[in-house]
Design a binder for this molecule. Sequence first.
Ligand code: SF4
Length: 189
Amino acid sequence: MGLEAALPVDSFLTTQLNKVINWSRRSALWPMPFATACCGIELMATATSRYDLARFGAEVFRFSPRQADLLIVAGRISIKMLPVLQRIYLQMTEPKWVISMGACASTGGVFDTYAVVQGVDQYLPVDVYVPGCPPRPEMLIEGIMAIQKIIDGENIPYDGDGKRLPLELAIQPTYEPAAQPMDVSVGAT
Ligand code: SF4
């Protein structure tokens, strides 16, 4: 349940108020990082001065789920960790969002074993998939911006029972890979 529950039914004032609420929400996403492996390093880089997640109002990483509304799963999740991840998700504030960052979080990656979850979307409602191994910080920012656009447009999808549906957006790579340096070789004299 969100702030909207306290508002009167549709009126001019409600519409304007909703715009302000959505603007505040999208300008102050508070991420809850669940970083278990190498993707976590890129996640940390996203908050540094070079990539500056603060430009999008989402740099306040919270390690308390009750103060966070954006869960970023970065890295492989083992079956043993899964109940902890689910509990963290349940404790987060509404409306809440989930980003699955990297191949391991989204599919298990190269870890095709019985001990690793083969995609967190089997257990959590994932809104945005950020592909890559690891994804670059720019791509994570792209994923956060996709969520901001949905909040802005007030397109938060609900099912018939008022339960929020996952967005299931997949981010496409937006950078050109640089060419390998040609004149560097190991043991060159
Ligand atoms: S997707 Fe690649 S970089 Fe990310 S956790 Fe898995 S192995 Fe590491």
